[in-house]
Design a protein around this ligand. Structure first.
Ligand code: CTP
Length: 395
């Protein structure tokens, strides 16, 4: 997702510096070319060799290194697509907020005033809450720096509170959101549904399906990275909530219907990736059904078809559905496109290798209202989400 992007990672001297190794590694795995600047204090915690080995690039630690070519702080700033400083100490924040350039990192930051700069503060709670630090952070925000909110928890000094460096995966996700995509969905409100619904039989048992929510969560994540304001309405899954996405958890198809329809008129784009149950028990027992009293048949009734309802009320919205079939993929998908008044349907076959429930890949055929059909090769759900969202942007 960061292929071809040059990310400059600044590491300052706090105990969380060890987590910067994980950050560098994750950025590399996403395809970025990572260059590291370490402050003198950071080198007390982690060896420059660690970053050199991870990034395969020279690590910069001094303004006055006779082995450097050119004017490194200017060149590094010029070449970077984004700068991430993680962890950012109170000392670094104070210097950056006041234009002090007394080492390689602060000099590079000063030379990068046309670049996206993301900082992730990490320090003791009292230091973090100190008005001086907060004023400096406010000043940096005012200058366009992206300041990642510190996490709360047990700190290395033993105190519990704000000031913890967020998880490396969450920091890297913020970098992805800032630099991975053009903001083609900026200003758009996107509503995405994901995961299975559960239809209660009694307080203990329910009917559900194999959906894990991966496709819907990938769509939410990429829509956010493309600049949209995203609401994710999700059935029960074990996936972490996507960063920066308003995530609403629901249980049944009825709950999903309510949450989706409440927001529909204030939404520009709806993508229904959820596997909504088509049937639910006609009556739900208040108490656990005992074996000896149980009838062996459960009477079912149809749930509301949420997407069909949305299609019947469609005004300005772009409406996209999913369908998973085991036979006659195109024919069934086309029927649903028309029957539910959709702008596009993303069809996948449960029998195709690499497609279906629980896997990280999918094989999709996109069918649009104008009849055009795009068959996509097997790809990650994230890459497919990007293609779907590009099609929607072009509509
Ligand atoms: N859908 C919905 N509400 C339902 C059932 C489905 O909103 N009660 C949506 C799904 O989220 C999906 C699309 O409709 O975007 C197609 O779902 P699918 O299960 O493939 O088709 P159905 O219309 O339910 O038809 P069938 O199960 O007979 O194939």
């Amino acid at each position: 997702m960061l292929k071809g992007k040059n990310i400059l990672l600044g590491v300052t001297g706090g105990i969380a510096a060890y987590k910067a190794c994980d950050i560098a590694s994750r950025l590399i795995k996403l395809g970025a070319d990572v260059h590291v600047i370490m402050t003198k204090a950071a080198c007390e915690f982690v060896a420059p060799l660690t970053f050199k080995s991870l990034t395969n690039n020279k690590v910069h630690t001094s303004l006055f290194d006779p082995n450097e070519q050119g004017v490194p702080h200017i060149d590094l700033a010029r070449r970077a697509d984004a700068i991430l400083v993680a962890p950012a100490t109170a000392n670094f924040i104070a210097k950056a907020a006041n234009g002090i350039a007394d080492d390689m990192l602060t000099s590079t930051i000063l030379a990068a005033n046309d670049k996206k700069i993301i900082i992730s503060p990490a320090m003791n709670t009292h230091m973090y809450e100190n008005q001086i630090v907060q004023e400096n952070l406010e000043k940096l925000r005012g200058r366009g720096f992206v300041v990642i909110k510190s996490a709360s928890g047990r700190l290395a000094c033993g105190s519990v509170g704000m000031g913890k460096l967020p998880e490396p995966c969450d920091i890297v996700e913020r970098v992805v959101q800032e630099v991975a995509f053009e903001k083609t969905l900026s200003g758009k409100k996107v509503l995405i549904t994901a995961g299975p619904t559960q239809e209660a039989i009694d307080p203990v048992r329910y009917i559900t399906n194999h959906s894990t929510g991966k496709m819907g969560y990938a769509l939410a994540r990429i829509a956010k990275a493309k600049g949209a304001t995203v609401t994710l309405i999700t059935g029960k899954t074990s996936l972490p909530k996507p960063i920066g996405v308003d995530t609403i958890e629901v249980v049944s198809s009825r709950d999903m219907f309510r949450e989706v329809t409440e927001r529909y008129f204030d939404t520009d784009i709806v993508i229904k990736a959820a596997a909504v149950a088509d049937f639910k028990p006609k009556t739900v027992n208040d108490q656990k059904t005992k074996k000896e009293n149980a009838k062996l048949n459960i009477e079912l009734e149809k749930t509301d078809d949420i997407l069909k309802y949305l299609g019947s009320k469609k005004a300005h919205q772009v409406l996209v559905g999913f369908c998973m079939e085991t036979e006659n993929l195109l024919e069934n998908a086309q029927k649903k496109l028309l029957g539910k008044n959709l702008d596009m349907i993303c069809a996948n076959s449960l029998t195709t290798p690499g497609a279906g429930f629980g896997v990280d890949t999918n094989v999709l055929t996109l069918i649009e209202k104008d009849g055009s059909v795009t068959t996509l090769p097997m790809d990650t759900k994230e890459n497919l989400a990007a293609v779907i969202l590009d099609k929607i942007s072009a509509m």
